[in-house]
Design a protein around this ligand. Structure first.
Ligand SMILES: [Zn+2]
Length: 220
């Protein structure tokens, strides 16, 4: 008998997928195209054996190390290493710094959003002309210089008020905003976890209650 409860939480799954995609984007920016799948492999894990990473990402160990070193330079990963038994070399174990990686992702998204906003502003405040014959669009200055005539076919330019395009750009801006919000929410979650863990560690460190006066003298 199958349990009905087995159904995966779709919304949550999509959210994770989306987050990994955003992270993959950031990692790709730092370490190149072949690194795009690394996010799904390394996110949320600790001390991942580099040979396992290489196998999962389907690259050679050297290619994998190249990617990881680039991420190391960007401060997005850290490593520990262990000397192999009876061998002279080390195996490296990698951990992604999720806050650094997400921070990088946030910066990238902000830049993206800024570009779209500029585009939208340009669209809204400046006129563009189009030759409907060739589908070539020019800005107002160029249209003026060309005497409002297409240089390709001699057709007269028409004002190109592409409401759809502005809507499209606005849609992209909205998506970027959503992505930023998601990245930030994840960062907040991680920070809260860190604070919690730090608190727990503190508790463990002082099993004996110290007798200290609660009031401290202020100096100065
Ligand atoms: Zn034309």
């Amino acid at each position: 008998m199958k349990k009905e409860k087995e159904k995966p939480k779709r919304g949550k799954q999509n959210e994770t997928q989306q987050l990994l995609m955003l992270l993959g984007h950031a990692i790709q920016q730092v370490a190149g195209k072949s690194a795009v799948d690394l996010a799904g492999i390394i996110y949320g894990k600790r001390d991942l054996n580099e040979f396992i990473i290489a196998k999962k990402i389907r690259l050679t160990i050297n290619q994998t190390r190249n990617i990881l070193y680039k991420l190391l330079e960007a401060g997005m990963v850290s490593f520990t290493r262990k000397k192999d038994k009876d061998k002279a070399w080390y195996t490296y174990f990698w951990t992604l710094d999720p806050l650094k990686a997400l921070g990088f992702s946030e910066q990238m998204l902000k830049k993206e959003g800024e570009n779209f906003r500029k585009q939208a502003h340009l669209r809204k405040t400046r006129r563009f002309y189009i030759c409907k014959n060739c589908g070539i669009e020019v800005n107002e200055e160029t249209a003026l210089i060309n005497d409002f005539t297409c240089t390709e076919c001699g057709n007269v330019y028409e004002l190109n008020e592409d409401k759809k395009l502005i809507d499209e750009i606005q849609g992209k801006i909205n998506q970027v905003e959503k992505n930023i919000a998601q990245v930030r929410a994840e960062m907040d979650k991680l920070k809260a976890q860190e604070v919690k863990e730090a608190g727990r560690l503190k508790e463990k460190k002082k099993p004996v209650k110290k007798k200290t006066s609660s009031k401290k003298k202020k100096v100065g």
